[in-house]
Each structure stands twice: as structure tokens, then as C-alpha cells.
Ligand binder design. Structure first.
Ligand code: MG
Length: 314
């Protein structure tokens, strides 16, 4: 590993949004707030709390206005939510959010399926709303999906993603999160993509990776990107979310798995690993199923073992 890899890394928590939107369970506002508080208490400095899309599209997140309004302020923590259009942006601003995220795909078929728009139409829409947000003092992140591969179009030329990302940057998106939406990326491909983006002028503070673990390669891809200087990774508490294209498979990379690996490597994230396990345990309780995070399951198993030994020795 090069020396640059020892610089701090920021984990962007997507569990309360990307995790919950792919879970069958519907949590009440109060439960979401408890989960968000537990994640913030563990030291995550960026948390995506919901989505201002139409309630009938993603019923799990229909109460995002209420969640955003009731967020407890945590010093140093930035909360964000997805906005699909001007109405969503207005709702986000009215709920007091100072950061939002727009989203689109690198491929026409996926963009059409996900947003009902062509790529050109998405860019045109964001051209209207992103400056409105930034002029209101709101930071804008942009998600760009299907960078490593598309469930409909297969292999994707990263130059297509780069062209879109440059347009998004130009209109005021301060951070682009590149998505391996179906989790098909490999470390070599990851390095090719990251090199291309850095060479085109993106700095480490402007580029995030949103990796999925469908094929078990997300940590390897994380390491490959880290070695080239990527500093922001999207992760989900407990690995909440699954993969919408492969039912039963892992989706989002678990926050605990990345945070623990980085801690073991001596890379600072500002995260308290014990409190992170507490947050993962809470997520699992609230969702009502065993989550996929490996470190979470290992830690909970150890805790259960300690309890059992304690009980046996008394
Ligand atoms: Mg995801």
C-alpha cells in the first residue's frame, strides 16, 4: 500500500435510505430516528436519511419529510436525502436539509427504468434544479449508476460515465458517487475507472464509490480504489438493502466491514467500532432479519459467546 492510503477515509452511510428502500420492513419515523441517532453516535459524519420521491414509488421512505424535520442535530454530521425533481428539492429545503442528492444512470435503459427519463432529459432537469440548490447554500451530490455494468445493457464504457459526470460537476454537483449497481466490478476495472476520473480532474474530495457486494468483490474493489487515493465510500449499516436485481444476494457493502478493515489497516475514519456494532444490532432488530454484514455477525456471535460464558460461570 502506498503512503497516501493512510489518509483519513469518509464513510457515507446510506442505510436509512438505500438500505431501507430495498427492505420489505416499513419502519415508523421514530424507529428511523433511533437508527440514525445510533449511526451518528458511532461517529459517521455523513448520513443519507431518506428520499423525496413519490410516496407510491418507495413507500418505505414516504415519511422522509417528517424524518428530516425531526433529525437531532449532531455536531459535524451532514444529513442528506435524494431528490428526483424540483418538487423533491423544495420538500428537502422545507424540511431543513442542507445537502441533497440527485441520481441518474450511465446507461439509457437503466436510466429509463429507474427515472422514466432519457439521459439527456435527466441532465436537462438537473441543469435546472442543481443551481437552485447550490444558490440556496445546499450541497449537491450526484449518484451515477451502472458505471461498472448494467443489468440491461451489460458492459459499460467508462468514458460514457465520465462524460455524464463532467456535466454534473459543471452544473454544481460537488461530489459524484459512482455506482457498481449490480456488483459486477473487479479490482482492475475499478482502478481503470478511478484513474480515468482522477486524470479528468476529479479530486479525492469530489469522488465517492458506491460498491455492491453481489459477487463478493466489493471489499477488493474498495481496496483497489483506496490505493489510488479514493477517500469516500458509500456503505450501509449491517449491509442493509440487498440487491434489487438479485433477490437474496448481498447489495450494499456493510459499514462495519469497511470501517473495521480500515481500522485494522491504520486508516482513520473517526468511527467507534463498538458503537457501530450497536447500531448494526439495532438495524437488525428493527428490520427483523439477519443482516449480511460479516463483522456484525462475528461481533454479535462473540458478544453472545461472552454472555453464555458469563452465565455458565455464575
Ligand atoms: Mg446501493
Amino acid at each position: 500500500m502506498d503512503g497516501f492510503a493512510l489518509k483519513p477515509v469518509e464513510l457515507y452511510e446510506v442505510g436509512p435510505r438505500d438500505g431501507l428502500q430495498n427492505e420489505a420492513a416499513r419502519l415508523p419515523v421514530e424507529a428511523k430516528l433511533r437508527l440514525i441517532d445510533a449511526i451518528a453516535a458511532a461517529g459517521l459524519s455523513r448520513i443519507e436519511v431518506g428520499s423525496f420521491v413519490r410516496a407510491d414509488w418507495i413507500p418505505q421512505l414516504a415519511d422522509t419529510d417528517e424524518v428530516a424535520r425531526q433529525l437531532r442535530p449532531w455536531p459535524g454530521v451532514r444529513f442528506s436525502a435524494l431528490v428526483p425533481n424540483r418538487h423533491g428539492l423544495d420538500r428537502a429545503l422545507a424540511a431543513g436539509l442542507r445537502e441533497v442528492a440527485v441520481f441518474m444512470s450511465s446507461t439509457e435503459a437503466h436510466n429509463r427504468k429507474n427515472t422514466n427519463k432519457s439521459i439527456a432529459e435527466s441532465l436537462e432537469l438537473f441543469h435546472e434544479i442543481v443551481p437552485v440548490a447550490t444558490q440556496a447554500g445546499t450541497r449537491v451530490r450526484a449518484y451515477l449508476s451502472t458505471v461498472w455494468g448494467c443489468p440491461y445493457e451489460g458492459k459499460v464504457d467508462p468514458r460514457r460515465s465520465l462524460t455524464i459526470a463532467l456535466a454534473l460537476k459543471e452544473m454544481g454537483c460537488g461530489e459524484i458517487s459512482l455506482g457498481d449497481t449490480i456488483g459486477v466490478g473487479n479490482p482492475r476495472q475499478t482502478q481503470e475507472i478511478v484513474r480515468m476520473f482522477f486524470a479528468a480532474g476529479f479530486g479525492p474530495g469530489e469522488l465517492a464509490l458506491h460498491l455492491h457486494d453481489t459477487n463478493g468483490t466489493a471489499l477488493a474493489n474498495t481496496l483497489a480504489a483506496l490505493d489510488l487515493g479514493v477517500r469516500i465510500f458509500d456503505t450501509s449499516i449491517g449491509g442493509m438493502g440487498g440487491c434489487p436485481y438479485a433477490p437474496g444476494a448481498a447489495g450494499n457493502l456493510a459499514t462495519e466491514d469497511v470501517a473495521s478493515m480500515l481500522a485494522d489497516m491504520g486508516v482513520s475514519t473517526g468511527i467507534d467500532l463498538e458503537k457501530l456494532i450497536d447500531a448494526g444490532e439495532l438495524a437488525q432488530e428493527l428490520i427483523g432479519r439477519k443482516l449480511t454484514g460479516r463483522r456484525l455477525q462475528a461481533a454479535l456471535g462473540r458478544r453472545a459467546g461472552t454472555e453464555a460464558r458469563r452465565a455458565a460461570s455464575t
